[in-house]
Ligand binder design. Sequence first.
Ligand SMILES: [Zn+2]
Length: 336
Amino acid sequence: MADHNHIDFCTVCRKNTVYTLQKVDIIRNIRSSAYTFTITAAVCTECGETMSIPGLIDTNVQEIDAQYREAEGLVSVRDIENLMQIYQIGKAPLSLALGFGEITITRYLEGQIPSKAYSDVIRSALTSPAFMKRMLEENRDKLTDAAYRKAVASAEGLEERFSVSAKMLGTVSYLFGRLEELTPLTLQTLLYFVQGVHSALYGRPLFPEDCSAWIRGPVFPAVHKLFRDFTFDPADDARFALLDGAEAVLTDGEKRVISLVTDTFGLYGGKALEKITHGESPWTEARSGYGGGIPSGEILQKERIMAYYQAVNRQYGIDTEAGLQNYIRDMLGKAS
Ligand SMILES: [Zn+2]
């Protein structure tokens, strides 16, 4: 049904007509290459021609800009704002630190599209504190002492924090991509299940980090440190930029395991997940090591996690969602 707010003058019909907003593909040449962009167009419901509506051109400019950057793998204005925020550096010193002209970053922030080469430098700085530190070192003489020291301190703080393995970083990034909401506790528990299911199906752990038994469940201390004061909302925290593209290190099999876990365990809340982990032998054995008390910080050995999940796999067939669901149902049905 036509939306009656959508009325404007059609230059073909020569009168006011109702239009609908539709997505149409257009071809544009940029820097001598042809690109197909999907943009929003107003289409007259009487003659079928496109109409020029106030405000639509701005929308189209934004649509083309975003799709062009996506197609070319170019950083966005938001990426550059994140970069300034995570290294606590202003636009002029950032420009100089990256080896650009003093106002280059200012122009990018105003919407100018960076070249691929400059965009790649920005992306490297955004995903690697070590790279940023090297750039700051290289261009130290162009920066004030205060700006240099503040940015280096930020880079070093992030470097220390992001010292988890590439597989762990990739897994965390992939989990964030698949789940809308993730609390610090749920993230920890899902990482444990990912490790367990992967060990059972492939005979080896996915990542080298150990987890410890804490009162609410297994905790990977390295991941806890990584997210110490994060807001846990990727849209809100600039530092999530450091996870961008981290999942590239994951194999298809590893991604499949993570998907299996998010599509099963990932459907439950913290309390249910806690009930499951607390009923599993790696946990109960750690507990008995404490005389039945609450375990605190005892490492849950990878070998134990693997042995336990291999047994679960023999009983339930956890290479499928259905098998995992059966296991979860049985664990939640147990009297605690
Ligand atoms: Zn018309």
